[in-house]
Design a protein around this ligand. Structure first.
Ligand SMILES: Nc1ncnc2c1ncn2[C@@H]1O[C@H](COP(=O)(O)OP(=O)(O)OP(=O)(O)O)[C@@H](O)[C@H]1O
Ligand SMILES: O=C(O)[C@@H](O)C(=O)CO
Length: 419
């Protein structure tokens, strides 16, 4: 099976989201954890999941280039740089610098940037990113613990991260379809732009954009814009007719949720779960010690674990509490402490028989997956848009890595009625 699309994702939930999108479009896809060292798994798309969203720019670039080399070395014909549908990044990066480095490595001079994911309420209009009905900077993302997003104008945001000019392919052009989008990209590239933010409000827009970028060496964006890419390979005779996602082994063991995401969606999901299943909310401010928090949580879980319903253990907190812990420890140390605690809890839960685990939050998922020694995730059925069940190798457990902002309010309950 030839490798066609080589993908690099800046976090682990994002990688799963992308793999899920490709599988739904009939492309076989496997997510691998970290820069692959040995041979790549057999699949038409391989998604390398990195934990580089908030890494220092130099590290993010080095890991992305190593992943790119592994993917193109294995024959990938196009590279996809996946970041968050809410464009999570700081003015230092890493969306722009990684994209610039990949363009250079691939010998290309132009790429689109399109985080739109209309099914999950992320749309881009005249370069401005909306989350549901709100501009990005009024959506709750302005309070993100690690990457507060305070400017909704993506042309401006990306311009602060790259020395290549950033243009815009506006809604009016996107509406006209792939040929018009391609003409506008050519015009922008001829005018010396290296990047174009591309508007998209509907899936039809994303499919047209996907078709327009067929010849591009590098495509960048959220998972939405990848929707149109499998069809390009099919049109070129490289990908067979659609096949269904491989089914996963049957689920076994006790059910649990661990959460480190502080997004509005996750806080709402914890709130609803409280009325139905055992929920433990950790207070990292009162106990700023990862080992002590983990011991509390694992002690509490004792005797409560079962297959029929999950326990929920959340370090998630309101923006005020997050700010208080950050003021005491510093932003990175606060995040690292909570990630360490949640990873230890996840490890302890699996050791105590949890076989299906939902992890809420991208950074949190990175910490958990690394701690569990997972090397690859096979993609299974979708629970809610962007979040499938996966089967983690070599641990042999089921994991669902939920992006902070994804999932309906009853996600932590409904997940365990799937698969
Ligand atoms: N009570 C808390 N105080 C300070 N930081 C916290 C607290 N709880 C969680 N965090 C940190 O907040 C960060 C949340 O980021 P994470 O990526 O896990 O969630 P998210 O951004 O909502 O999800 P995604 O990246 O999928 O959108 C993590 O680093 C986590 O450790
Ligand atoms: O694009 C998204 O919103 C998600 O896949 C993600 O990256 C969250 O971490």
């Amino acid at each position: 099976m030839p490798l066609l699309l080589g993908c690099i994702a800046d976090d682990f939930t994002g990688a799963t989201d992308l793999a899920n999108t490709l599988v739904k479009q009939g492309m076989s896809a496997v997510q691998v954890i970290g820069v692959p060292e040995g041979p790549l798994p057999e699949a038409n798309a391989v998604i390398v999941a990195l934990k580089i969203r908030t890494a220092p720019v130099g590290d993010a670039v080095a890991q992305s280039l190593a992943a790119c080399d592994a993917l193109t070395g294995a024959g990938a014909r196009q590279v996809f740089w996946k970041y968050c549908s809410t464009f999570d990044s700081t003015d230092a990066g890493n969306i722009g610098p990684v994209g610039d480095a990949l363009l250079k490595r691939l010998g290309a001079g132009f790429a689109i940037a399109c985080p739109a994911f209309p099914t999950n309420g992320r749309t881009v209009y005249l370069g401005h990113l909306f989350v549901g009905g709100a501009l990005l900077n009024e959506s709750g993302m302005e309070n993100h613990p690690l990457t507060p997003m305070t400017d909704p104008n993506l042309v401006r945001v990306l311009s602060r991260q790259t020395d290549g000019g950033v243009g815009l392919v506006p809604f009016g052009v996107v509406e006209q379809g792939a040929a018009a989008i391609r003409r506008e990209m050519t015009r922008l590239a001829d005018a010396g732009r290296r990047w174009a933010i591309v508007d998209a409000v509907t899936d039809a827009h994303l499919l047209a954009i996907g078709e327009a970028v067929a010849p591009h060496a590098l495509v960048t964006g959220g998972s939405g814009v990848a929707m149109g890419l499998p069809e390009n390979f099919r049109r070129a005779g490289l990908l067979p007719a659609r096949s269904d996602a491989a089914s996963l082994p049957p689920m076994q063991g006790a059910a649990a949720v661990v959460a480190g995401s502080c997004s509005r969606a996750t806080l709402g999901q914890i709130g609803l779960a409280r009325d139905h299943v055992p929920v433990l909310e950790l207070d990292a401010l009162a106990t700023p010690d990862a080992a002590a928090l983990a011991a509390q949580a694992l002690g509490w879980a004792e005797g409560r674990l079962e297959a029929a319903r999950p326990v929920v253990i959340a370090a998630s907190a309101t923006p005020e509490k997050v700010a208080a812990l950050q003021a005491r420890l510093g932003r990175e140390a606060a995040g690292a402490l909570v990630e360490e605690a949640v990873a230890t809890i996840a490890e302890g839960l699996v050791a105590r028989g949890v076989g299906r685990l939902v992890v809420a939050g991208g950074e949190t998922s990175g910490a958990v997956v690394q701690r569990l020694g997972v090397t690859a995730l096979r993609i299974g059925p979708e629970i809610d848009p962007g979040v499938p069940w996966t089967f983690a190798e070599p641990r042999g457990i089921h994991l669902a890595l939920k992006s902070g902002n994804f999932g309906a309010r009853d996600f932590f309950l409904k997940a365990f009625h799937h698969g």
